[in-house]
Ligand binder design. Structure first.
Ligand code: WT7
Length: 652
């Protein structure tokens, strides 16, 4: 790998960017060194960014030791997240906009919610939840579109100490009920219907279907978004808009320990069903706020836009918690990049004079395909910093983003992180680093990335190198456990490479010590920036009566990054047909959600298995990639001839 990156063009920030930046390269070096040399002192000082009810006396108490993984930050401090995101800003910026809401339909007016208005809305929602019996430590599932009420709901939970678990509104009723039951939620918050891209999703009716598989005691709080009619079950369903009118406009923020859970967010792994990632109060908020400020070089008054959905961790940390903790102006967009047309993102940037714009490579690739005209008709001069997240960005998309969107003026921060990490782990800082397209560059403060040899598990100290990416020590926003299953937490992240947090990604480290993420080394795939376990899609497929066996792999997809390639073995009495293919595709959409829709289904009379019955995914990946020359040794297969059949009938 030495040669390829050495030749890469490097983009140094302009003097304008450096002069404006809060962190230049000298400051980065100094702060990074301090954060590694003495984490206690560094984070003890940074902790002052937050308002504490009872200040902490201990900073870091963490162990990655096998069998005893235990992570605590600021463990004797108490605080409230909603007070930090709202109340403490009221004195100086009560009348400043906190949230700009841009609706799906460009003809519908935008909403500007000030910090004072946010305070009232969140207090009311907190009181509504309390009146429904929600108490400190109870779980509340949020299944809402990208509307301000989603932020109110998150902050209202935080205010009373309830733990929220957001389920992306694109998930099916089955996925929703699994999550409600998984965390034993008392209440689910949803909306009537959700407009998106000119169409509507029937959220309440999805919730109705999900609740058929949940305890009778689960209550449903319904937000009015469109006013569309929904079925109503008295005693179970509660009308948010009516109740909020009656509710008191003040709710006292609960005193929470720094290590009390703030939220659970389900995410896919390489095995089994999604796991509930648990984030806690103090460390998470501090790290989200600090990364938001430094990585995007956020200054007071800037308009910050993260295009993610609040259903993903990116939305948690960089639409809601990070920006609001900083008293920022954060934009929430209900729609999609390509509706009514491919100008929409850029029109919103122009309309609201966005300064920092943060999106996913998959969206950029889709928009790049529409040419430059939709961009060029918009005034993008307000943009200062661009960001990407979710998957490696290919050079074409990077160059287009840099030259066409940023007009060669705006640094791109390529932020590598995960649901589990709570906030950015590796990224360039705009005023500190010369960019290399496709590189996540350097660790953020306090982050100790190491490259391990996948076979020996030994740290590789030389440069350049390649291996598995691990983190050697804890950082404040690290996930603390898997909800209800600490053993799974230890097994998933701390058992393959003892003493390290194993991220699941591979990486290269070049001659300058800059990091390049090469993608997952496990059975997790990344489809349009959505993370998915191949095992989940497989178990959805085999749940169909006509499917005997299924193996799912990712393959390169021009727009989505990775597509979903399914090898399906049918039951003896089932006939392959185009209809059945459609039926299976629909089946998976219903079982999981539209984001898991198979791109390719290939009928497989047999799957390549070892003599002990293990499916050789390596071979299936190669076939899906159309790479038949490097299948490796197939002689250990129980029946090598199945490979020939799969190659011969590879789906076109
Ligand atoms: C996986 C985590 C938290 C961000 C949203 C996705 C991949 C994420 C990058 C990047 C290359 C990236 C990794 C990671 N990933 N950002 N900048 N460059 N790959 O969160 O759903 O938890 O997925 O997304 O493979 O492990 P997630």
């Amino acid at each position: 790998m030495t040669g390829d990156h050495a030749a890469t063009a490097v983009f140094a920030p302009s003097d304008d960017i450096v002069d404006h930046a809060k962190i230049d390269s000298a400051k980065y070096e100094e702060m990074y060194k301090a954060s590694i040399d003495d984490p206690e002192a560094f984070w003890g000082e940074q902790g002052k960014r937050l308002d504490w009810i009872k200040p902490y006396s201990k900073v870091k108490n963490t162990s990655f030791a096998p069998g005893n993984v235990d992570i605590k930050w600021f463990e004797d401090g108490t605080l409230n997240v909603s007070a930090n995101c709202i109340d403490r800003h009221l004195k100086d910026r009560g009348n400043q906009t906190a949230i700009i809401f841009e609706p799906d339909d460009p003809n519908e007016p935008a909403k500007y919610i000030t910090y004072s208005q946010l305070h009232v809305a969140v207090c009311r929602m907190a009181n509504v939840l309390e009146s429904m019996g929600v108490r400190k430590g109870d779980r509340v599932v949020i299944y809402l579109p990208m509307i301000p009420e989603a932020a109110y709901a998150m902050l209202a939970c935080a205010r009373i100490g309830a733990i929220h678990s957001i389920v992306f509104a694109g998930f099916s009723p089955d996925a929703l009920s699994a999550r409600i039951n998984g965390c034993d939620a008392k209440v689910i918050i949803t909306a009537d219907t959700a407009p998106r891209g000119g169409r509507k999703t029937a959220l309440k009716s999805n919730a109705d279907a999900a609740l058929l598989h949940c305890k009778d005691s689960v209550k449903c709080l319904v937000v009015k978004r469109t006013g569309d009619q929904t079925t109503w079950i008295d005693g179970r369903d509660y009308d948010y808009n009516e109740m909020a009118l009656e509710a008191d406009d003040y709710a006292r923020p609960a005193e929470m320990n720094a290590e009390d859970p703030l939220f659970i967010l389900y995410t896919s792994g390489s095995t089994g069903q999604p796991k509930g990632v648990v984030h806690t109060t103090g460390g998470y908020l501090l790290y989200a706020a600090m990364t938001h400020e430094y990585v995007f070089d956020y200054h007071d008054g800037d308009v910050f836009w993260c295009t993610a959905d609040v259903g993903w961790v990116t939305g948690h940390s960089y639409i809601v918690y990070g920006p609001l903790a900083n008293g920022a102006i954060t934009l929430m967009f209900e729609g999609v990049p390509t509706w009514p047309d491919a100008s929409r993102f850029w029109e919103v940037c122009e309309k609201h004079k966005v300064n920092q714009f943060y999106t996913a490579p998959t969206a950029l690739r889709a928009l790049m395909g529409q040419g430059n005209a939709p961009v060029e008709k918009c005034d993008l001069s307000s943009l200062r910093i661009l960001g990407t997240v979710g998957e490696p960005i290919n050079p074409e998309a990077w160059n287009w983003y840099y030259n066409v969107i940023g007009q060669g003026r705006c640094p791109i921060v390529d932020t590598w992180w995960q649901t589990e990490t709570g906030g950015h782990m590796m990224t360039p800082l705009p005023g500190a680093h010369a960019l290399k397209p496709g590189s996540a560059m350097k660790p953020f403060f306090g982050v100790k990335p190491v490259v391990l040899d996948p076979q020996t598990g030994e740290e590789i100290h030389s440069y350049p190198t390649e291996g598995v990416l691990c983190i050697a020590d804890s950082w404040p926003s690290q996930m603390r456990t898997v909800w209800g299953d600490h053993e799974r937490f230890e097994k998933t992240y701390f058992s393959d490479y003892k003493g390290y947090y194993f991220a699941g990604d591979g990486c290269k480290r070049d001659e300058d010590g800059d990091f390049w993420i090469t993608g997952r080394v496990d059975d997790v795939i990344n489809v349009s920036g959505h993370r998915m376990g191949t095992a989940e899609v497989e178990s959805a497929l085999v749940a169909h009566a006509k499917v005997a066996e299924a193996a799912v792999v990712g393959y390169p997809h021009e727009i989505k990054g990775q597509g979903i390639y399914c090898y399906v073995t049918l039951m003896n009495d089932a006939e392959p047909s185009e209809e059945l293919r459609k039926e299976l595709r629909q089946w998976v959409r219903t079982e999981i959600g539209p984001i898991a829709s198979p791109d390719v289904i290939q009928w497989a009379p047999g799957l390549p298995k070892t003599r002990s019955g293990k499916i050789m995914r390596r071979i299936l990946r190669k076939i899906a990639e159309n790479d038949f020359d490097s299948l490796g040794d197939t002689s250990t297969l129980a029946d090598p001839s199945v490979v020939d059949d799969l190659i011969e009938n590879r789906a076109k």
